[in-house]
Design a protein around this ligand. Structure first.
Ligand code: ATP
Length: 363
């Protein structure tokens, strides 16, 4: 188990800047997530940590040891690839044993360790099978056993659950979390699935076009996104344009639907700034009477309601023409229907900088 530091890591492929001056610190024993859309550089970063790729500039440190130029087999990292990359001509046992054989470990020690690794992922009964006789979830567990058997200091996981169906994915999430806790190992997990990152990560680095857009706990990045990109990527968000008119007692923005009170989403916010008032769909409620201590109230009419079982979604058009989305868990209590005039109340508003480049890049 060790801590990792990346200092100004840059990587270019021909004319693509895959990583642009990445600075990151990952604590020993942390379950750390790299989250971002396709092509943002997640896999490249993971491969640099494993030693399969060399950065063009910058340094990679494992604890205080500079491993930038150290080859993969001398780093003691275990990697689980997206497609598992099991060797089809070897049995499950041989696949898991491979890393130990390469380390010239005596047979009896190898046997013990392979046995334990297969037990750990609950695959002991499958040792003699070949990978093509296994389901996706079983292959995934063998790949995990193969990564863990060498007792790595760091485990690198590249979208390890993406080939599994929804139920198995949930089951494997739990197993991975248990393993991470039991083994007390530093794990770095790449995904483009924000739910996976929120549910499992201790901290998440949200990546955007080769850069780290934000690092924080799941709660931080969800509740306090620093940019529109992060707000959009990490969940659903309503955005209403405005201009800051006061930063005295709370931050107030003037918008087309009235003044809005919220909190600054960035440092140095000042009167005159163009902002986006960001509000999560579940933070908005229907105001059916005068009660309710909320900071903001706006009116509109319900355009659409979509019943999804556990929740119901509502789309409300405001006087400005903007559309706001709400997610309600107890909507049946409220009898709100398309066509209804409604008042919406909410408090948790984050004022994000409204930047032209942000507008272009937002997904
Ligand atoms: P995905 O989720 O689709 O796997 P990613 O975030 O992991 O995406 P990377 O695979 O790290 O993204 O790729 C980052 C950028 O670098 C992309 O634009 C990609 O096309 C480019 N890239 C990655 N590897 C190579 C390579 N070997 N040669 C050329 N370009 C590459």
């Amino acid at each position: 188990m060790l801590g990792i530091r990346l200092e100004n890591v840059t990587k270019r492929f021909d004319n693509v800047l895959a990583l642009d001056r990445i600075n990151l610190e990952i604590d020993a024993g942390e379950f750390f997530f790299l989250l971002g859309p396709s092509g943002c550089g997640k896999t490249t970063l993971l491969r640099i940590l494993a030693g399969f790729e060399q950065p063009e500039s910058g340094r990679v440190l494992f604890d205080e040891r500079d491993v930038t130029a150290v080859p993969p087999h001398e780093r003691n990292t275990g990697m689980v690839f997206q497609n598992y990359a099991l060797w089809p001509h070897m049995t499950v046992w041989k696949n898991v044993e491979y890393g130990l054989t390469m380390r010239n470990m005596p047979q009896h020690e190898r046997d013990q360790k392979v046995k334990r690794a297969l037990e750990m992922v609950q695959m002991s009964g499958y040792a003699r099978r070949s990978p093509n006789q296994l389901s996706g979830g079983q292959q995934q567990r063998v790949a995990l056993a193969r990564a863990l058997v060498i007792e790595p200091d760091v485990v690198l996981l590249d979208e390890p659950l993406s080939n599994l169906d929804a139920r198995l994915r949930l089951e494997m999430r739990e197993q991975l979390l248990d393993l991470q806790r039991t083994l007390d190992v530093t794990m770095i997990y790449v995904t483009h699935d924000q739910k996976e990152a929120l549910a499992m990560g201790e901290r998440i680095a949200v990546m955007q076009m080769g850069k780290v857009a934000q690092i924080g706990t799941p709660r931080d990045v969800y509740r306090q996104p620093l940019t529109r990109f992060v707000a959009d990527f990490i969940g659903e968000i309503n955005l209403i344009s405005g201009e800051i008119k006061s930063v005295e007692s709370g931050v107030v923005a003037a918008t087309d639907v009235g003044d809005m009170l919220g909190q600054a989403g960035y440092e140095g916010i000042q009167v005159g700034d163009r902002v986006l008032c960001a509000i999560r769909p579940e933070a908005i409620g229907f105001l059916l009477d005068e009660s309710g201590a909320v900071d903001n109230v706006i009116s509109g009419h319900v355009q659409r309601a979509i019943y999804l079982g556990e929740v119901e979604q509502f789309f409300v058009e405001l006087a400005s023409g903007d559309q706001v989305k709400l997610i309600k868990y107890d909507a049946t209590m409220q009898h709100v229907q398309p066509g209804d005039e409604v008042r919406l109340g909410f408090s948790q508003v984050v004022m994000l900088r409204d930047e032209a480049e942000d507008r272009d890049e937002a997904v």
